[in-house]
Design a protein around this ligand. Structure first.
Ligand code: SF4
Length: 461
């Protein structure tokens, strides 16, 4: 068994039985669920909206290279510099070169999971540049020395009390400080950081091919400040973030808001179409978009799993997933967790190192049900599992157990005649591995189901 897989089992075992963690997640997801329900009910025909969004994203994927070229041409015509990065290191190098050229020592960042792929904060620090997270959740996890726990709600695993305790330690605030008080403190603190920084870094919710723009949606206004305050703005975007035209935002923005937070639309919605013009007072003098591959081309080459590139990172599948709710975001040990993370991480990183995530699903189908762009995540997980079997990447114990299982299940005579002790003995090492230490393995009944069925029928008749 690969060490990542072993670590996943150990961590999931610990987290799933951590009652404090369970209560915090249950509370935070219950609030999301209530808002999500309201959001869904705002749609007259949600299924139609989802079908149209799904079709647009599939059509973009079919023609992704030409859409990317269209975006590059239009954005360049708008005065935006477009750079390509095949690897995280190339993207980091681009950013550090820009910072060094402009003698920048401090950057402000708005929420960007793509920047997490680069371990950007650590890389900037090594280069002598301080990175300040300005999204409240990101700020909290950065100050706690942690990574984002969830693709949309980075501090979902923390209660108000956890945050109050952290700020008490760091800033001497009262441990009884209210959520409003904690937020106001961060807001004031960040104002100064915006003023002092020379560069802003954000992700992109959508890259708009026809108009060459970048669409950003957020609730705190920090994204807007990140774009407008510093002289230089850098956007880091995965190559899959394309939508054809600005007219599609009226479909995608509400869908993303509804599935992400239950809102009708997020509070701040910005479309960046170029640096500040000579007659304009505000905005950056230079905008650079870095188009990141980092394994996406590999994923794009997979006939089935490439569908996952339609994802708009709403986070709904994480909130719906019974596995995510039990093992939590960190156990996946990957930037993207939950069902979408389990599908894409093996392809974005290393299939042999991360294929075990594809088995971290009960295949209940709830993630598919909630996905605004109708990605059939359970089916894609099965395709990943198939690939793992075809590439002989499953463990010897698993393979032998399944061969035995198949041998017995293929014949009812064998199933009936293999005694309970043998059945339990044969499968227990395999099953115990899955059950972990905290569940008792049930010894099979001495009699088979068929025998019991016949006996009961005879009794009744
Ligand atoms: S796979 Fe679907 S539900 Fe999950 S984050 Fe992406 S768009 Fe949202």
């Amino acid at each position: 068994m690969h060490s990542n897989h072993k670590q996943f089992l150990v961590d999931s075992d610990n987290v799933a039985f951590n009652l404090k963690h369970r209560n915090t997640i249950a509370y935070n997801i219950s609030k999301y669920d209530a808002a999500f329900e309201v959001g869904l009910n705002r749609y007259d025909d949600l299924n139609r909206a989802k079908s149209i969004a799904a079709a647009i994203k599939r059509s973009v994927l079919k023609n992704l290279p030409s859409y990317l070229e269209q975006f590059e041409t239009a954005a360049t015509n708008n005065g935006i510099e477009v750079l390509w990065a095949e690897t995280p290191q190339q993207a980091v190098n681009h950013i550090i070169d820009i910072a060094k050229d402009a003698n920048i020592k401090k950057v402000v960042k708005s929420k960007s999971m793509t920047s997490e792929e680069l371990h950007l904060n650590e890389e900037l620090e090594k280069a002598g540049v301080e990175a300040i997270e300005t999204d409240l959740g990101e700020f909290i996890v950065q100050k706690a020395g942690e990574r984002p726990y969830h693709i949309l709600t980075p501090a979902m695993h923390k209660s108000r009390q956890d945050v109050a305790n952290l700020f008490n330690k760091l800033y001497n605030l009262s441990p009884d400080e209210t959520a409003e008080g904690l937020t106001a403190y961060v807001r004031d603190k960040l104002r100064l950081e915006f003023e002092e920084s020379g560069m802003g870094i954000s992700g992109a919710n959508f890259l708009i091919a026809k108009e060459g723009g970048i669409a950003l949606t957020e609730n705190e206004g920090n994204g807007l400040f990140t774009i407008t305050y510093p002289k230089i703005h850098i956007v880091i975007a995965g190559i899959e973030k394309i939508i054809p035209s600005v007219k599609h935002l009226d479909l995608f923005w509400p869908l993303l808001a509804c599935h992400g937070t239950g809102q009708q639309v997020s509070v701040y919605n910005s479309v960046i179409t170029g640096p500040r013009k000579p007659n304009e007072k505000n905005g950056p003098e230079k905008i650079v978009v870095i188009l990141l591959d980092n394994g996406r081309t590999n994923l794009y080459s997979k006939p089935h799993q490439s569908e996952s590139l339609a994802c708009i990172r709403c986070g709904a599948c994480l909130n719906a997933c019974p596995i995510y709710k039990n093992v939590g975001g960190y156990t996946y040990n990957a930037v993207y967790s939950g069902p979408i993370g389990s599908v894409i991480t093996p392809h974005l990183k290393s299939f042999s190192d991360y294929k075990h995530l594809s088995f971290a699903s009960s295949l209940c189908g709830r993630c598919y049900e909630v996905c605004p762009v109708k990605i059939n995540l359970p089916q894609l997980l099965l395709y990943n599992r198939k690939q793992a079997v075809e590439q002989d990447l499953t463990g010897l114990k698993d393979r032998e157990a399944f061969k035995m299982f198949q041998w017995v299940m293929n014949s009812s005579a064998k199933l009936n005649n293999v005694g309970s002790f043998l059945k339990s003995g044969l499968f227990s090492p395999f099953i115990m591995n899955i059950f972990g230490k905290k569940r008792k393995f049930q010894i099979n009944s001495k009699s088979s189901f068929r025998k019991e069925w016949c006996k009961n029928r005879q009794v009744k008749t």
